[in-house]
Design a protein around this ligand. Structure first.
Ligand code: ZN
Length: 311
């Protein structure tokens, strides 16, 4: 029985990997015309675009390089990105192996005035364990933007970069930064209290993007795909996931648009769980802000843990 189900899950996985290839195109992104007097800011990810706008307000024009709907770990910059960077004031990357293309792209842009900021600088980075992943991507998990605590560091690093690029508006950036940081902290406090009472601390999702979020709240993740969302799960991995879900009485499997959603759905059917969408905030999703999406993610995770079947 289990073998048959695993075979059908794998079959779905093989089919979806084909369609995923065709989705990682440029996504029709266009470079906005820069407004004179505003800082021209490039960022890699959507979450960083939100942080940059929160700090920079009406003093910045922000362009995200990774198109909506693209697989963020497989992104390669295009000629238009290099052209944009050659005229930009600030480039914000996340760092920790999220943008392996950064160094080459910065040097191709040849812009000696460009200020580059690594948003995750100063975060206590989480080491990954898989040797293949370390060989390919370095030793750290890059998903810091999915943590409300790490996001505060990222926002402050962005404030520092803007103040350096545009010192006459230092006070403005400082004020915006502190106001956004306090919103992040208040959402953190709200869910910190909730998670401390949750019946279970273990959840299952599409790819292992939530290690920092888990650290914030004392939770633990298991996933269909690895940290860098590569390859398809092996039959052994799927069998372990089924066992994990049963043992931990998992009631919800979180599915991500870009990480084998069909496998998440098949796994949910197999263990009698429901499927919920979770946001990874690398592209824009459902027209919702960073804070809205984080609140939805945290609420859904909390509901799933609070409703875990009791033994
Ligand atoms: Zn990821």
């Amino acid at each position: 029985m289990l073998k048959k189900i695993l075979a059908s899950i794998l079959c779905i996985a093989a089919l979806t990997s084909f369609s995923a290839c065709s989705e990682s195109g440029s996504g029709g992104k266009s470079t906005p015309a820069p407004t004179p007097g505003k800082l021209k800011v490039y960022v890699s990810l959507n979450a960083l675009k939100e942080f940059a706008r929160a700090v920079g307000g009406d003093k910045v024009d922000v362009t995200a390089m990774i198109p909506d709907g693209a697989k963020p770990h497989a992104f390669e910059p295009k000629a238009q990105d290099v052209a944009g960077l050659s005229k930009a004031d600030v480039l914000i990357i996340n760092g920790l192996g999220m943008e392996p293309w950064a160094e080459k792209t910065i040097s191709a842009a040849g812009n000696k005035n460009l200020i580059t900021v690594e948003a995750s600088k100063g975060v206590a980075a989480i080491k990954i364990e898989d040797e293949e992943e370390i060989k390919e991507h370095g030793q750290y998990d890059p998903h810091t933007w999915l943590s409300l605590k790490c996001a505060q560091t990222e926002v402050r690093n962005i404030r520092d970069a803007f103040s350096r690029a545009d010192p006459s508006n230092r006070d403005y950036y400082e004020k915006n930064c502190e106001s956004y940081v306090s919103q992040l902290e208040s959402l953190y406090n709200e869910f910190s209290a909730k998670f401390s009472t949750a019946a279970s601390k273990n959840f299952v999702t599409g790819h292992a993007a939530f290690a920092y979020l888990c650290r914030d709240f004392g939770l633990s993740q298991n996933s269909v795909e690895d940290v860098f969302s590569e390859g398809e799960p092996s039959p052994q991995k799927l069998a372990l996931l089924v066992e994990y879900c049963r043992k931990n009485k998992v009631t919800t499997i979180f599915a991500e648009e870009m990480a084998s959603p069909e496998v998440s759905k098949a796994l949910a059917r197999e263990v009698g769980a429901k499927v919920e969408t979770i946001y990874t905030l690398a592209g824009s999703e459902d027209g919702k802000s960073y804070l809205e999406r984080m609140r939805i993610n945290l609420s859904r995770i909390y509901e799933s843990l609070a409703s875990t079947r009791q033994a």
